[in-house]
Design a protein around this ligand. Sequence first.
Ligand code: ZN
Length: 257
Amino acid sequence: MIYTSYEMVRDCRADKPEGWSYFISNYVPVIRKLLAHYAKPDRRLEDVLAALRKPDSSLFQSLEPAPERWFVAELRQTVLAEIEPPVPEVPIDLETVASALEPLTLVEKQVTWLETMRYNHGATGTMMRMAQPTVEKIRARASELIRGKSDAWRSTLLSDNGLALGREAVAAAGKECLPARSFLDVLDGRTTWPEREQMERHVNQCWHCIDHFCRMVEVVDLLRGLKPLTDEEALPYRSLLGVKTEKPSAWKRLFGS
Ligand SMILES: [Zn+2]
């Protein structure tokens, strides 16, 4: 039997050690990557894990059993909620960004939004399957457009404001906004051209959906080549979270094959 994220969510909700062991082995590496990317070095992995383990943590209580990428998307939001956004030297709000970037195509908006998510030209090129010079060109144009609307300017304007802009975008959800599945269908190549055109008509005008789309691109990227912790590496986290380890049946399932 294969133990999946469905079982994990169910078992963590029920506070079973199988669920938490699986969570630690498979998703501590994701949390580590997210913190390294988004947080200051003093935001400790151990503290974030302890917050997720608290009974009032929303991660497992609000989440239905879900496929892995859905779960990681939720995990990403929960981990980022644990990070204090920096105070930007030059603040900018979503409305200003949205009006500045209005002339861009959807792909250009995504490339620009990934800058708020702190992905450099190279990483963005990989995520968007695009040559790095193309990314640079799009971002240069986006910078110019934003400079035209903003009183002050810094080259790090978008990344400095990224966490705050992301939270604004999440809060801006509307009735027509698309579910995660729609974005994953596009990324997996399951969307037909007419479907895609229809979808883009909404997404191109909606920063909630552009952000959501970019977050799903990020999730796919986060999971690429990710290695679970070894038994030995997982041990300190299991003891930190008070997860019992003497469960041979779970071990067999997790590490048996
Ligand atoms: Zn939308």
